[in-house]
Design a protein around this ligand. Structure first.
Ligand code: PAF
Length: 280
């Protein structure tokens, strides 16, 4: 596996691959890799001849007071994991190449970015859309692979790719969970052993909401309120529990057949997000 830290070096390799008519899949990450990321790499390898993974802790998607400085950075371990997983190239760009001096251009996916997590993390999705668009321009993949755990992020990126006519396919991969049901996340590193046990309530709460929806309950507000109350009882500080139309996160009508329940809640110093789909 090649490790590359500059855009010209990345472009040289990509040009060589393209010269051999090879296709390219891309997995953007912020590092501190876990089994969920490795599942994305595994899928990327099925989708194209070459797999590029990026590690870049993107400063512009962290809000004031968030954990940018403390975000776990484990580049050597990540490189070993990616090599073992069969990635072809690890791209680790420097801040000043991603955001050249004087950079002011941003990508704004209006509306969608201001709801749900966007309400609690103002500017977060602008930072995500901007960096992902930049990374797409650097790597120029045929296909990019994202985890479904951050469903709102995936929805924002799909919208951006469609709106900007980006010449690539976006693929979402189902969330990888611990045997307890807890979704894999780099931020699980912030949980103590006791909090990790407590955190399994998140998946239980989502499963209960899904069961209610699939049993025909259409009192969306009632299901959301019951889930929020359950989480409060389990010691969470809940930002939201929301039932939305899965495809675009619009507010659902009672006859909607493809729903998603999304949750964001904090335990100790970890803010966790998760979701579950309900098909009717
Ligand atoms: O999901 C992430 O790890 C990040 O938001 C992403 C997509 C790599 C952009 O920085």
């Amino acid at each position: 596996m090649q490790i590359v830290e500059s855009i010209p070096a990345l472009r040289e390799t990509v040009r060589r691959w393209r010269g051999n008519a090879e296709t390219l899949a891309f997995v953007p990450t912020m590092g501190n890799l876990h089994a969920g990321h490795l599942r994305l790499v595994e899928e990327a390898k099925q989708l194209a001849d070459r797999t590029v993974v990026s590690i870049f802790v993107n400063p512009t998607q962290f809000c004031a007071g968030e954990d940018f400085g403390a975000y776990p950075r484990t580049p050597e371990r990540d490189a070993d994991l990616l090599k073992a997983a069969g990635a072809d190239l690890l791209f680790m760009p420097q801040d000043d190449e991603v955001y050249p001096a004087g950079a002011v251009t941003k990508v704004e996916v209006a509306g969608l970015s201001d709801e749900l997590c966007g309400k609690f993390r103002p500017g977060h999705f602008r930072g995500v859309a901007t960096v992902v668009c930049k990374l797409f321009n650097m790597v120029q993949p045929d296909v990019a692979v994202f985890g479904e755990k951050d469903w709102q992020q995936l929805t924002v990126i799909r919208r951006m790719a469609a709106d900007l006519n980006l010449p690539l396919r976006i693929v979402g991969i189902p969330t990888v969970r611990e045997p307890s049901g807890l979704a894999m996340s780099s931020r699980n590193a912030y949980l103590s052993a006791a909090e990790k046990r407590q955190a399994t309530a998140l998946y239980r709460c989502l499963s209960q909401a899904k069961a209610a929806l699939e049993a025909g309950d259409r009192n969306f507000a009632g299901i959301e309120a019951a889930a929020a109350e359950f989480l409060l009882g389990e010691g969470f500080r809940t930002d939201y529990v929301a039932i939305r139309r899965a495809e675009d996160l619009a507010l659902p009508t009672p006859d909607e057949r493809s729903l998603i329940v999304l949750v964001a809640a904090s335990l100790g110093r970890a803010r966790l997000i998760d979701n579950i789909k309900a098909s009717l």
